[in-house]
Design a protein around this ligand. Structure first.
Ligand code: ARG
Length: 395
């Protein structure tokens, strides 16, 4: 009997090549799994493509809700922006996709797990570590094993009659509910401006002349309503993507440090993520003490690094999740954002847990803050600093 492999299949170039490779070189039957994380691609088309490539069985798994509840929401709570820019759209989806592949692998009693990641990226880490955390099955990664490049893959696809759409010919795209990553082509020169046709979610021309406000309501760190409308978590993110994108907000262009050490030029469209994280972190500043704010930003950074670098399953991440969840109990309130021609900023915030006291902060008459008490405080606060300098002035 032929051996079976289960493959995480996106319908794109890499994973299509992998199907043929597993069938021809490994003489294996291939079972494909496509996990819908809200990327908006046509699941029926992907299933048809898998069938045409001769797979034994194809699974389509709708994991949008899990993606939001178990991956996106924790990342909002952690204000997760890798290197202050990247909202981890791809990084968060990979462990979930790999988890679903494992579930199918168990059900189908397969002999190997396969993915289409290259040996140059972060995705291989996310897949391998998730696979390795949940099974002892061998992992086949043909693109990496054969050191394949995109040009060779395109030739291979041509020879094997694998259809490739025109966008995939130009860019390497990965998208889901939380963001769209665009790589390759002329953008590999980091000085080249991304062409307008790289963008689908964010408007780059003819932006509205009137500012648009977004009012985001959080309940314990989770966005629950926008513009006074309560929405399901999925709808809420789609709504923010649409509104912010239409105002030209959401493009990120930066140099990113990959786990394997490569510096890459990354271009993203992540309108909802940028707005929601900005609003969330602003609200935290209002409801947390200065000590909480300082410490949590370190926790956030470590959490983000673990998620980015493929260590989603590390016990440390679970520990940090507990800390973060506890900190979110008071992150309830509303933040007002103003979006205008590609830029956005917070212009208002309120919370029943607010630690802001007008009475204390006001420069006006009748403040409850007695300035005279500050003199002694400042003297002690700066004691060692002033003493050290006096001493060194004498030397
Ligand atoms: N650099 C990002 C990450 O590692 C996004 C990569 C997405 N692109 C891709 N073709 N998988 O998460």
């Amino acid at each position: 009997m032929k051996q079976k492999a289960v493959l995480a299949f996106s319908g794109g170039l890499d994973t299509s090549v992998v199907i043929k490779y597993l069938q021809e070189k490994h003489r294996m039957d291939v079972i494909t799994v496509t996990v819908d994380v809200g990327e908006g691609s046509d699941q029926k088309k992907i299933a048809a493509k898998a069938k045409n490539l001769g797979v034994l069985r194809h699974y389509n798994i709708d994991a949008k809700k899990e993606f939001v509840d178990d991956f996106i929401h924790p990342s909002i709570k952690a204000n997760a922006l890798y290197q202050r820019k990247y909202c981890l759209a791809t990084s968060l989806a990979r462990p979930l996709i790999a988890q679903k592949v494992l579930e199918v692998a168990k059900k189908e009693k397969v002999d190997a797990l396969a993915h289409g990641c290259t040996g140059k990226g972060n995705d291989q880490v996310r897949f391998d570590v998730t696979f390795g955390s949940g099974s002892n099955l061998p992992i086949i990664a043909p693109i990496r094993d054969l050191n394949l490049d995109r040009t060779t893959e395109l030739e291979f696809a041509n020879k094997h009659g694998i259809p490739i759409d025109s966008v995939s010919k130009k860019f390497s795209i990965d998208q889901n509910l939380w963001g769209r990553a665009i790589e390759g082509g002329d953008m590999e020169d980091p000085y080249n401006e991304p062409p307008d046709d790289a963008f689908i979610w964010v408007k780059t021309k003819n932006l509205p002349d009137k500012a648009r406000y977004l009012e985001i309501e959080f309940d314990q760190g989770i966005p629950v309503a926008v513009d006074k409308k309560r929405m399901s978590p999925i709808k809420l993110i789609e709504y923010c993507n649409r509104v912010a994108g239409s105002c030209g907000v959401g493009i990120v262009d930066h140099i990113e440090d990959r786990v394997v050490g490569i510096k890459s030029r990354e271009v993203y469209e992540t309108p909802a993520a940028l707005c929601l994280i900005e609003a969330h972190s602003d609200l935290e500043k209002m409801v947390h003490t200065k000590h909480q704010n300082k410490f949590k930003s370190m926790v956030d950074q470590e959490w983000t690094w673990l998620a980015y670098s493929g260590l989603w399953q590390d016990p440390l991440k679970r520990d940090l999740d507990k800390f973060i969840d506890q900190s979110q109990k008071v992150v309830t309130g509303t933040v007002k954002l103003k979006l205008y021609k590609g830029s956005f900023r917070v212009v208002g915030r309120k919370s029943k847990y607010s630690l802001y006291s007008h009475n204390i902060a006001t420069y006006g008459k009748g403040s409850a803050f007695d300035q005279r008490k500050a003199t002694g405080f400042v003297e002690l606060w700066g004691l060692q600093t002033t003493e050290a300098n006096k001493l060194s002035n004498k030397r």
